[in-house]
Design a protein around this ligand. Structure first.
Ligand SMILES: [Zn+2]
Length: 249
């Protein structure tokens, strides 16, 4: 091999290496989910999954005492009751909006969507569409792309990129998951210990709409207050997370 040909082959290999490296990095960039607000301020996002249900009234009573705002990631099957159960669910969800909490999308049926991206898209779209209608009834204009989305079971799969694109959302909302979803294995002390030890600037905390929340939530919010923490969610105005920073992995 002559010298110039050797040089060409070398450069070719170098470019191939750079290309492979860059491609690999981009395919590794699969952080469709956000876990926190990028901020140096003492602010936390409190979120409750699986409602809306009458239990949320108790949760809102507690939040109200502290003037803390949450995000409720409800399922479509529960939001549908807004239009169907003679005003019971409507009263709860309208109160969420009225008191400045955010409504999020936690799929329609709370299934496992690992193998069915198309079904996932239809369910998420239907649920966000319903949430947009509920906001509209309450005099607030939002787009489907404004509605925060959280996967059931915080599941993660390759179809999330497609879903993100189709739903025109910038991210899925994840966060720190404690074990408040099963009080038979995780009592008040353990739940409090988990959430308190994971409290940090910008943290997103994942909790659930469960009756047991009334046992530990007041203590946790006392702790937040004592530590000087504020809350943020997705509503426009004083409590919007964008007042602090962007959402990051
Ligand atoms: Zn859930």
């Amino acid at each position: 091999m002559n010298k110039s040909r050797f040089k060409f082959v070398n450069i070719f290999f170098l470019f191939t290496l750079i290309f492979c490296f860059a491609f690999n990095l981009s395919s590794l960039k699969v952080n469709y989910e956000v876990n926190r607000i990028s901020t140096n301020e003492k602010v936390v996002m409190i979120t409750f999954d699986d409602g809306p249900s009458p239990t949320d009234e108790n949760i809102m009573d507690i939040l109200k005492e502290y003037n803390y705002k949450a995000t409720f990631f409800g399922t479509g099957i529960n939001y549908a009751k807004y239009f169907e159960d003679g005003g019971k669910t409507k009263k709860i969800v309208d109160r969420m909006i009225d008191e400045g909490h955010s409504l999020g999308n936690h799929s329609y049926y709370h299934n496992n969507y690992l193998l069915n991206t198309k079904e996932a898209y239809e369910e998420f779209h239907k649920t966000s569409d319903m949430i947009v209608k509920i906001y509209k009834i309450n005099g607030i204009e939002k787009q489907i792309s404004d509605i925060p989305v959280r996967m059931p079971y915080l599941q993660y799969h390759r179809g999330m990129g497609y879903l993100q694109k189709q739903l025109e959302i910038d991210y899925f909302v994840r966060g720190y998951l404690g074990c408040d979803y099963d009080e038979s294995i995780c009592g008040k002390d353990k739940i409090l210990k988990q959430y308190k030890s994971h409290l940090k600037k910008g943290q997103i905390l994942v909790a659930h709409t469960r009756d047991y929340a009334t046992e530990w939530l007041p203590d946790l919010l006392d702790f937040f207050k004592k530590e000087g923490y504020k809350t943020a969610n997705f509503e426009e105005g004083e409590f919007n997370y964008k007042n602090y920073g962007g959402l990051v992995f």
